[in-house]
Design a protein around this ligand. Sequence first.
Ligand SMILES: [Zn+2]
Length: 282
Amino acid sequence: MLALRPLVYPLLILLGLAPLPAALAGGNPQGATGKPGTVRLFINRVGGGKAMDVSNTLAVPVEVTLRLTRLVNVSGAGNGVIRKTVPANSRVRVATLNKRQPGGPIMFRHSFSYAPIFSPEPGQHGSVDGPAYALPWKGGPFRISQGAGGDFSHNSVRGRYAVDIAMPVGTPIIAARAGTVVAVRNGQAGRRPDPAGNYVRLRHEDGAESAYLHLTRGSVQVRVGQTVKAGAPLGLSGNTGRSTGPHLHFVVQRRMGETLASIPFRFAQPVESLPNFAQQAR
Ligand SMILES: [Zn+2]
């Protein structure tokens, strides 16, 4: 039997407690390395093999997925998909690959992704306070997947606490909190020009902003300046912009001078908890 995967719980975040995400990542008690607010894979030679370590300098734990393909002369890779939880501010060895035959070279391809783990309760390690965000879609349950957008695609100031939720194109996207629409894009057909694709951005009463990316062209139902309640329809999910599969990229941000900084947040309920309304309707 497979080990139980960690439940994905409402992410707790330090809204209001720490002004900058970088500050959340301060301290490095468990050997994490790398810039604050990043999740990085390190591959090092160990003996004749390779050690694969993931360093997490985010303020929250992450579940990492390592996919290994085209394995030649490799032992230790299991079925090629390795999942591990890496606590906040720590570095964990996720795989050790050894040679099957000592003489030959070891070869493989790898891809790496991660998703924040939503901490269950305030006050626990990696958890955060602050207003809860409703799940910004109807239907599901869906899975958080950092997405196939590439290694480290959320390793930026703007997106380090973003989540990707895989869902079919056309899933209704709704406001996660009450707010005012401050930006929309609705006319982009494909990947360009904006990597975000079509999107809606809301500003909330505490100054935080939530953004809903990769929406279907022509589906956006709100206008800049409009106020919306939590749960108000915004548009339909899609696959526009820099997206390699249908998903919603959801991020909460704060303006820090010229830039937008991704901040930790928490959902009001576990992401995978909603019933599948579409199936019920059949
Ligand atoms: Zn994303």
